[in-house]
Design a binder for this molecule. Structure first.
Ligand SMILES: [Zn+2]
Ligand SMILES: [Zn+2]
Length: 170
């Protein structure tokens, strides 16, 4: 038996293109922020602009675009700690999950978990004390401190760059 609702959703997903989604998103977001093309997908709180890869035909591209728009809708700015960045990521995906149904799309939750895992791994590795290999606490944007040996170490202030397409698409 074929579920008509499911079929309808699938067809809508297959017919959704970046151009169509952009059109929908632009009317949804109004003049809150603008959209511009770039080599990567990202939200710039400074320019109030969502940057996206032009002519990206992949489904992951659509999800990523939605995700970046959600950073904008949630008015995400800079973050004080690595952990806070992970929370912003979780927030943007949760918001995207609510937003997609309006556009007849479905985000693969495995993809979301992969993205969040890569942020969590990154945060975990930065937090490890070089001497004891135990997780320390972050005391400012660039410094962690080990509660066990008291050592401090610096981490780069560069924003975590999510490897877009970490895995080959199934
Ligand atoms: Zn994000
Ligand atoms: Zn230590």
């Amino acid at each position: 038996m074929v579920d008509i609702y499911w079929l309808d959703k699938t067809l809508r997903i297959l017919t959704m293109t970046q151009a169509k989604l952009l059109e929908n998103l632009k009317s949804y977001c109004g003049d809150k922020f603008s959209f511009s093309t770039a080599k990567n997908y990202f939200w710039s709180p400074k320019d109030l602009t969502v940057y996206y890869q032009e002519d990206d035909l992949s489904e992951v591209g659509l999800w990523t675009l939605l995700h970046e728009v959600c950073h904008g809708l949630l008015q995400h700015k800079t973050y004080e700690s690595d952990f806070e960045l992970v929370l912003l990521e979780v927030g943007a995906w949760e918001r995207a999950e609510k937003l997609v149904t309006d556009f007849g799309l479905k985000i693969d939750q495995d993809h979301v978990q992969d993205c969040l895992d890569s942020y969590r791994d990154w945060q975990y590795k930065r937090s490890l004390c070089p001497r004891c290999d135990l997780g320390g606490i972050q005391i400012d944007q660039k410094t962690y401190k080990c509660l066990f040996c008291g050592d401090t170490w610096n981490v780069s202030a560069a924003r975590f760059c999510r490897p877009y397409r970490r895995k080959a698409l199934k």
